[in-house]
Design a protein around this ligand. Sequence first.
Ligand SMILES: *[C@@H]1O[C@H](CO)[C@@H](O)[C@H](O)[C@H]1NC(C)=O
Ligand SMILES: *[C@@H]1O[C@H](CO)[C@@H](O)[C@H](O)[C@H]1NC(C)=O
Ligand SMILES: *[C@@H]1O[C@H](CO)[C@@H](O)[C@H](O)[C@H]1NC(C)=O
Ligand SMILES: *[C@@H]1O[C@H](CO)[C@@H](O)[C@H](O)[C@H]1NC(C)=O
Ligand SMILES: *[C@@H]1O[C@H](CO)[C@@H](O)[C@H](O)[C@H]1NC(C)=O
Length: 507
Amino acid sequence: MLFLHSSLLVLHFAFSSSKDTITINQTIHDGDFLISRENNFALGFFSPKSSRFRYLGIWYNKVREQTVAWVANRDDPINGSSGVLSIDQYGNLVLHSYHNQKVPVWSTNVSVEVTDTCVVAQLLDRGNLVLFHDGSKSTVWESFDHPTDTMLPGMKLGLNRRTGMNRFPICWRSADDAGTGNFSLRINPNGSPQEKDGKWNEFWSVPKSPCDPYGHCGTYGICDPDFFSRRFECDYLPGYEPKSPRDWHILKDTSGGCVRKRLESTSLCRHGEGFVKVANVKVPDTSAAVWVSMNMSPRDCEKNCRRNCSCSAYASINIAGKETGCLTWYGILMDTVHNWEEGYDIYVRVDAVELAVVAQKWNGFLERKDMLGFLVLSVVSAWFVIILFTYLWLKKKKKRVRNKWSKQWLDTIGSTYYNETSVKIKSKGKLSNGKEVAVKRLSKDSRQGIDEFKNEVLLIAKLQHQNLVKLIGCCIQGEEPMLVYEYMPNKSLDSFLFLIKLELVAI
Ligand SMILES: *[C@@H]1O[C@H](CO)[C@@H](O)[C@H](O)[C@H]1NC(C)=O
Ligand SMILES: *[C@@H]1O[C@H](CO)[C@@H](O)[C@H](O)[C@H]1NC(C)=O
Ligand SMILES: *[C@@H]1O[C@H](CO)[C@@H](O)[C@H](O)[C@H]1NC(C)=O
Ligand SMILES: *[C@@H]1O[C@H](CO)[C@@H](O)[C@H](O)[C@H]1NC(C)=O
Ligand SMILES: *[C@@H]1O[C@H](CO)[C@@H](O)[C@H](O)[C@H]1NC(C)=O
């Protein structure tokens, strides 16, 4: 009995400490909350910012800065803390205020055929407030079908063709007023239904890149969508460093953003500060920027930014390829993203120390470049020498082989080759330009093959440089291969043939 009693007590505490449901006859007053099972979301009354009015809403429970995801009575705020949420005898969630207890400020307004006292409202961990029959568990109403201005995971947008319900978020009127604003996000329902092909088609999706969410790398951070080469897409602008290096580098949590290096010890104001170029970026959020001029040289733009100590960066931007506009930023730099195709160059203000560091790095880079150049040159030279020697060695080896081969060749066929019976040297001919030539023809009955003939062409080609003979034609005319030599003045036909023989032996 005692055990049962204490169990009930524990159960009671467990229930009351994190209550996520209300049933009929239970109420949520201003100051009470429903907390989802894992503490992700809370439902209760709140006043946005400086507003005096009270709204019933759902917000993130673990985020310290109150972030409201859903509002019930957005256009009928309650004056004072007299709001009460309950389930009425028809099974509807109703919100009353003290001032008018007859007509509810807000209601789920679901038509329920039979009076149902078994309806329960539960706040789920995804931020959905669901009204359902406790018995059948069938959902009567859910807040996800009535978005305010926030899309939560699991929420659907657009027209439900079966029920005719169209779900779309509408912005708040202002940060102080949760009332329906002037802008909504809707899906054109006239498109062909998503069932046609019997499968889901993806028409559109965001984000495309990790850098798409606004300010992904925090203040003074810079995001690189092509980060695959690196481990982390976030980096920081020159002169800045992560506020919490641990969060940034280990947890990859950039929400703390970056702060200026040497914030206490150096100045950005007339203390030798300067600008460091950050190339090819989507420029930082321009709500903190000023167009100085639509036509100003980069140098004047820099001067303009340097003059004002709160100017944190500038960019010289080409307008329609004609004029150069000067854009300057004051205060924080947010949402800078690398864009290698269509980016602009921005110049970030840095202190004298950073300027020196960057200059040194640049010099170091140049030195490294020189070193690299030297290294490349050395390697190339070494290779050249190796290749040259290899070539010469191979050539020598080949020559030796060739010599052996030539000798053999000459020994066996050489005599017949230069025998008039196999090769007819036509007595001196003359070309139309007056050049004296000798024509050597391979006769049909020669045992000399075409290959040997070709070899002579190669060998003769080697002789040319010695200015003894010059092969000026080579062809296979009809069935008889033929070489045409121009021979040098003062060389008799005999000496010419002799030279050929001589060279052949010598090679
Ligand atoms: C709700 O309260 C009414 C009156 O106080 C009571 O008659 C009814 O039984 C209660 N319903 C439930 C489900 O507790
Ligand atoms: C809200 O209530 C206060 C006090 O009850 C009253 O003075 C004030 O006029 C009310 N404001 C509105 C807009 O009704
Ligand atoms: C409740 O819904 C009905 C239709 O289902 C509609 O005519 C009526 O205006 C709604 N009332 C409120 C207060 O939204
Ligand atoms: C909404 O639009 C109306 C009419 O154009 C305008 O008067 C009003 O100021 C706008 N409200 C907001 C919050 O922009
Ligand atoms: C610097 O520029 C800002 C923004 O334009 C301006 O508000 C401020 O007065 C300027 N300060 C000086 C000293 O010119």
